[in-house]
Design a protein around this ligand. Sequence first.
Ligand SMILES: NC(=O)c1ccc[n+]([C@@H]2O[C@H](COP(=O)([O-])OP(=O)(O)OC[C@H]3O[C@@H](n4cnc5c(N)ncnc54)[C@H](O)[C@@H]3O)[C@@H](O)[C@H]2O)c1
Ligand SMILES: O=C(O)C(=O)C[C@@H](O)[C@H](O)[C@H](O)COP(=O)(O)O
Ligand SMILES: [Zn+2]
Length: 347
Amino acid sequence: MITLLDDDFSGLNQFLNDNSTSKIFILVDENTHEYCLPTLLANMETNVPFEIIEIEAGEEHKNIGTAVQLWEILSEFEADRKALVINLGGGVITDMGGFVASTYKRGIKFINIPTSLLAMCDASIGGKTGIDHQFLKNIIGTFAESEQVFIYPKFLKTLDFIQLRSGFAEMLKHGLIADAKHWEDLINITELSENNLEPYILRSTEIKQDVVEKDFKEQNIRKNLNFGHTVGHAIESLYLANNQLLPHGEAVALGMIIETHLSYLNQLITEETSLEIINNIRKFFPYVDISQYKEEDILALMFNDKKNTDGNINFSLIEGIGIGVFDQKVSESKLISALDFYKNLKN
Ligand SMILES: NC(=O)c1ccc[n+]([C@@H]2O[C@H](COP(=O)([O-])OP(=O)(O)OC[C@H]3O[C@@H](n4cnc5c(N)ncnc54)[C@H](O)[C@@H]3O)[C@@H](O)[C@H]2O)c1
Ligand SMILES: O=C(O)C(=O)C[C@@H](O)[C@H](O)[C@H](O)COP(=O)(O)O
Ligand SMILES: [Zn+2]
């Protein structure tokens, strides 16, 4: 369940009041500690004792080392099965906090209070939790639903532009796979800002929630939400492995460009439609340099994608604006040609 929070956080307080909880653990990173926690603490009304747990910000900390630290902290504080974890942060916090909560003592309750655009529109919803391992994205994880998601759009006021744009990529994805009108609305935004984007957050959450309700464990239609991610995750992994920063959404934007071109090469969309999509994505996103990575390394990572079966890469592509299609096979030559297509966009 997704609840939009008013300034007094009454939706959250109602939840806390209705649930019998032994102790609350609020998970933050250093940024959400500084920018979001004060608002939460000023408005949260509960007699339940709470602890604040801070981890370092960034994808490079979404790993087993941090998970171990968090399990140990829960254990030191004798968190029992009636404890509640509040994940206050971006997708790293909601993925990691959800993973830790869903595995500690075989699962304790958690709620998500997303603070980045990406987490509000995508990561906090749908129960995919996880951590990266050996630079493979979300390779260890669980499907575990949060008790509730509480969205307070005003948290976006302190989010920087790069992170805002990163979340915008997932919103574009929602339009491309499920709602041509959402896509149109988004590409007509002239300047990305929290004010201009706020009206469209709700639609993205609806699209995500609707897909997840139909296929929680990603057996079929949920795979559409992975559009742009087969290539995107491979590139994100290579950046991570090389200690370079590439926000998730930028990797997804690049992935969507390449996978849109693949949709054209597989004759699912016309060249005209593919160029319309690609030009619009490029209006918002900078070129990501992938020339330093070998094609064989990119392909090897894609062969470890979670959607694959029987040694085949299963792409989630589009067969029109607003129409996702999953389990699509692509020949290796088309894949290489799509990577080359992207490299040639550099100039
Ligand atoms: N589970 C899912 O369905 C799902 C969906 C999409 C993405 N993800 C995952 O989400 C992660 C990306 O999430 P993200 O983009 O939110 O990254 P993030 O959590 O790293 O947040 C981005 C940066 O913004 C900062 N930040 C967050 N909220 C802020 C605020 N209100 N003010 C100031 N700074 C703030 C964070 O501290 C961080 O430095 C990736 O790990 C990705 O794999 C998961
Ligand atoms: O919720 C989903 O399903 C998605 O695919 C949403 C993606 O935006 C998200 O990045 C997700 O974490 C990717 O999942 P993965 O299974 O490919 O790790
Ligand atoms: Zn994503």
